[in-house]
Every structure is written in C-alpha cells, then in structure tokens.
Ligand binder design. Structure first.
Ligand SMILES: [Zn+2]
Length: 129
C-alpha cells in the first residue's frame, strides 16, 4: 500500500520541495506497526518532515491554531497533503469492530473510539444530542 501511495504522489508531482505533509492516524501502537506504520514511515522518508496530528481514532487533535501553523509551512505555490486514516478491526469471521491482539486470547474492541462513535450513531440513527 505504501508503494502505491508513493507512486500516486509522484504522479501528482508532490515532492519534498513543493509539499508540506501531515498524518492523522490512530496513536495505538498496533496501528503504527501493522497498518499505517509503513505508510507514515514512507511519507517521512519521502518528504523529510511530517506533522503528526492524530490521537486515538486518528482524530486530528491539533486545533485551528495547529492547522494554521501547519498550512503556514507550505512552500510558495506548493501543496498541502494530509494522510487521514481511522481504522477498525475485522476478525477472521468478518466481525467488524474487534480483534484478537497478538499475545492475547480475549477479543478487544478495535479501534475503541471508532467503535464507540459507530455504535452511538447506529443507536441514535445519527442524531446528535
Ligand atoms: Zn485506534
């Protein structure tokens, strides 16, 4: 997946000299190693500097000031690229929202903030209170 994204960025003309890059992926260690780690590592290698926005669930916890600071680093006439990747676990039987982590036998919600938001929306019909 990282190679495909790298090729896509090349085809779009996004290079270290003309692009400022950020990632917003879940901070869980499992995500970094097993899913997004190869992509975030590729982006850091390709672009040199990468802002990290993501907290649990991949939600960008930087606020308006942080985003303005990030955008302010854009090269003149350059590009802004943000890789945003929330995740959700899928078990071998197709159950969505949980996994069995390496070294454990119990089933764990994954990603808990995303599962919580999904269940809230499902149970309320999408109506926020
Ligand atoms: Zn997560």
């Amino acid at each position: 997946m990282a190679d495909s994204l790298s090729d896509l960025l090349d085809n779009m003309g996004l290079e270290a000299e003309n692009t400022v890059v950020a990632t917003s992926v879940c901070s869980e260690e499992a995500v970094r190693k097993e899913f997004a780690g190869d992509i975030t590592n590729m982006l850091e290698k390709k672009f040199g500097r990468v802002y990290k926005f993501g907290g649990l669930g991949g939600y960008p916890f930087i606020g308006k000031e942080g985003f303005n600071d990030f955008v302010g680093k854009r090269p003149d006439n350059g590009n802004v690229f943000v890789f945003f990747a929330p995740h959700i676990g899928v078990q071998n039987d197709g159950t969505i929202g949980s996994v069995v982590l390496q070294g454990q036998k119990k089933v764990t919600d994954d990603c808990l903030p995303v599962v919580t938001a999904f269940n809230y929306l499902k149970n309320t019909g999408g109506n926020a209170t």
